[in-house]
Design a protein around this ligand. Sequence first.
Ligand SMILES: [Zn+2]
Length: 495
Amino acid sequence: MKRVLVGLGVLFALLLAILVIRALPTGAPAAGGATVEIPLDEPAIAGRLAEAIRIPTVSPAPPAERDPKPFEDFLVWMEGAYPVLHATLSRERVGGSSLLYTWPGTDPDAAPVLLAAHYDVVPVNPGSESAWTYPPFAGTIADGYVWGRGALDDKNAVVALLEAVTVLIESGFRPERTVYLAFGHDEEIGGQEGARAIAERLESRGVRAAWSLDEGSYVVEGVLPGLDVPVASVNVAEKGYLTLELVARGEGGHSSMPPPETAVGILAVAIARLQDEPMPSGIDGLTAEFLDALAGHLPFPLRLAVANRWLFGGLIASQLGGIGPGNALVRTTTAPTMLTGSIKENVLPTEAVGTVNFRLHPRDSIADVLAHVERVVDDPRVEVRMPRPGNEASKVSRTDSEGFRSIARAVREVYGPIVVAPGLTLGGTDSRHYGRVAVDAYRFNPMRVAGGDVAGFHGTDERMGIEELALGTRVYIRLLQIAAGAADAPDAPEA
Ligand SMILES: [Zn+2]
């Protein structure tokens, strides 16, 4: 017996040693201080973002209700605000009010790159206007911020890109590879007119970009408890979108003589089953890469768990799955959102319909979700139908590519100590379209956004820090110097 105990003790000590050794910091530290100094006229840049916000380029649903005037005004404003850029790059209107700029490279054989942003914004929620500290379309500059609708999503990127290219032109820079700038006018309603048409136009010319960069994430702080450095989440994929309807049918009649189960009761059971058994979660692929990139900067117990995924993978997945954003990161989510039944309280329903919205993790396809729903509902009386085609999740772009390395290097050089990690965009963006003409599609705006400001996305008091806007502009400048310059090639990938 004693020998068995000693044996177990040795085994346990060995296991502990393995766990700890694996959790020791590995790979590159979060770099030293910022290594590039790029002087910028920050108040002037903030002023131009404020001007952009004052033009209410609102994308309504349905699009037929769009007021074309602000969109025309915006295009005129761009020309006036960035004359040097407009004298150097060619510009074409595509798909209505979207724009494609071409900055020809000196090397016609080099694969081009595509940088994108959108200048339409979501409407302000009716009734919430008075809750804003400054009116949403006033473009107020105060307290170190530019305030208003579009400050975060996504006029900040439009302005920072235009600023970056202007600075480079004025410094005499000429790109070696062709640089495309794409500015969509209908991203908030799917980009069906703008980004899609831009992608089709490039495709028709046989353009194949090495990579594209569009919105999808930011430099964020405090994403995990105890994480002491900011994280640049350079997203390498975006989730898919699918809505299904579950339909249960019944005889109808008076509710005083109901059958054992009504259509509503049958439907309720089906929805409860779906909610109880979501699609499987997992720490694999890009989620694993994301955690690995962060691992060295986590407090010890978390680092121990992340470094030993072979043992704690299930635990991490279930912990992450327990919080909304974490759950969205590790699996295809299931959200029952709408219900209809009888038209009257004392009339038996002949039909009950439940609407369930799924956001697909890249590991799952629409066919996988359909099979899962059929299996879990497990009731031939419930019909599963797809009211309109869904979108598959995007493909996962590479992290060992020249594009990812260039973005990571530019971010590190501008920010100093920072973790660059491949992430997943939970919503839909124009990258869905641009991805068609690029080998890799990255989703990241290089501005820093504090945790509290995230609520401004599509919400109240949307604002962008002036300093943060300048940091983003510097990353774009540095990125173009690294990726499109004749200068030195990007570093080898950092572990
Ligand atoms: Zn956006």
